[in-house]
Ligand binder design. Structure first.
Ligand SMILES: Cc1cc2nc3c(=O)[nH]c(=O)nc-3n(C[C@H](O)[C@H](O)[C@H](O)COP(=O)(O)O)c2cc1C
Length: 139
């Protein structure tokens, strides 16, 4: 079966952690907290999802640091980024585009609590759309 790793860093609200846990549960993925560990071998994963919160326009250094240090091992994989943030609409889009560039991960999305449509687990409906696009989807 195709395997997925979800690597994230979360702050005080744990919003990013909750999103990462939800995604991991849905795709039967392995979850790694980059604030707890930094030496993660992703070579056995086909899909690698990164998650970060945003403070003052910047992603968490643990996540950006990991991606920059492991560019080679991410080659050829389905690599995606999700951002947990407070900005939505145009401002959210612009911020997401900037962060996506910083990471060098074109496939980036942002989630926040202002989204109108929530799923039955209390997550933005766009999270489910994101999950549906992952290469790993086991069902
Ligand atoms: C000090 C601080 C600065 C923040 N700056 C931004 C920001 O520049 N842009 C944004 O969209 N959200 C910003 N936020 C909101 C967080 O990114 C958002 O609440 C996110 O879900 C936090 O997730 P976490 O607690 O898992 O890190 C900020 C929050 C805090 C506490």
């Amino acid at each position: 079966m195709v395997k997925t790793a979800i690597l994230y860093a979360s702050g005080m609200t744990k919003n990013t952690k909750r999103l990462a846990e939800y995604i991991a549960k849905r795709v039967d993925g392995d979850l790694f907290d980059l604030k707890e560990m930094t030496l993660i071998d992703v070579s056995n994963y086909e899909t690698v999802v990164f998650g970060t919160g945003i403070h003052a326009g910047k992603p968490y250094k643990q996540v950006l640091g990991y991606v920059k240090a492991n560019k080679k091992s991410l080659e050829g994989k389905d690599v995606k980024l999700f951002i947990s943030c407070m900005y939505n609409d145009e401002k959210g889009k612009q911020q997401c585009a900037k962060v996506s560039k910083e990471f060098g991960i074109p496939d980036a999305v942002f989630f926040n609590k202002k989204e109108k449509e929530m799923n039955e687990d209390g997550f933005p409906a766009s999270v489910d759309a994101f999950i549906a696009r992952l290469r790993c989807l086991p069902y």
